[in-house]
Write a protein that binds this ligand. Structure first.
Ligand code: PXL
Length: 281
């Protein structure tokens, strides 16, 4: 069984980061080791959340794993709390990356043109540096514009997306994939560039007119899980985009839906069916 490490916070209530990565990637038949960067009472869109930073646990936990000779097939980082923690990730990659370890970075820090609370441009700069060490990065347009220094646009053409991808791969990532890319009315999707094959990949599906917290984490988790199941990055992006859209749709239809996250629990069987179909046919 493939084994991955995911490094991100635990938001106890909120359906994001570790609390979606762990169930989703496990459901896809991949062992999921977690390294929590902080414990929050809720994600940061709630008012009055508590937060206990766990930076001082990263070194002793990983030192123990090193003694146990643990090998990871992928390391997937998401929401990190501080600039120092991003530095700790650089060391973690050096310590655990072997030839076949995929480094997958979702540089979670901003959306809809704005940085999340608690982050600033120094954080952006350090995250851009970390992205340079990745095999695959999956920023949204806001994160990409911040990291490349290009203007953020709500209305854009395909050339803007290609310019962002060019800036992102110049940071050093082998494959950059932009999420939340809408190239025509009523559509949304992903647009990626593979620097080794010099190939673009775009995929658009129907936009569901609702925006929920944690959907980026669902997308990234499913990508990592699918790649660990032997799918190409392009197939993984397509499955992840479709699954995320389907999950948002199911959530919108649920009259008892929570405001803070999506009903991924309802759609897990759809995901496992898709993965089973790819695995055996
Ligand atoms: O879903 C991204 C995310 C993860 N973790 C925490 C967050 C957010 C987004 O705001 O606040 C704590």
């Amino acid at each position: 069984m493939k084994k991955i490490l995911t490094v991100q916070d635990i938001s106890c209530l909120g359906k994001c980061s570790t609390t979606v990565a762990l169930p989703l990637i496990s459901a896809m038949g991949v062992e999921t080791v977690i390294l929590p960067t902080a414990v929050l009472s809720t994600h940061t869109m709630f008012k009055g959340f508590t937060c206990k930073d766990l930076s001082d646990q990263i070194e002793p936990i990983t030192a123990h794993w090193k003694k146990e000779n643990v090998h990871f097939d992928a390391i997937y980082t998401g929401y990190l709390g501080t600039i120092a923690q991003i530095g700790q990730m650089e060391k973690l990659f050096d310590d655990f990356k072997s030839k076949d370890t995929l480094i997958f970075i979702d540089p979670v820090m901003a959306d809809n043109g704005k940085l999340y609370p608690a982050f600033n441009m120094d954080y952006v700069k350090k995250n851009a540096e970390l992205c340079g060490k990745a095999d695959i990065i999956v920023p949204n347009i806001t994160e990409a514009s911040l990291m490349t220094g290009m203007p953020y646009k709500e209305h854009y053409d395909e050339q803007y997306i290609k310019d962002l991808l060019d800036g992102l791969t110049k940071l050093g990532a082998k494959i950059a994939v932009l999420t939340g890319v809408s190239l025509s009315e009523g559509k949304t999707g992903v647009y990626g560039y593979d620097t080794e094959k010099k190939e673009y990949f775009k995929y658009q599906n129907d936009r569901v007119d609702a925006s929920y917290h944690g959907t980026g984490d669902i997308f990234s988790s499913v990508c990592v899980g699918a790649i660990m199941n032997g799918l190409s990055w392009q197939q993984a992006m397509k499955i992840a985009a479709d699954y995320t859209a389907q999950t948002i749709k199911v959530t919108v239809e649920n009259p008892e839906k929570p405001w803070y996250g999506v009903d991924f629990e309802t759609t897990i069987p759809i995901l496992t069916d898709i993965i089973r179909a790819y695995r055996y046919y």
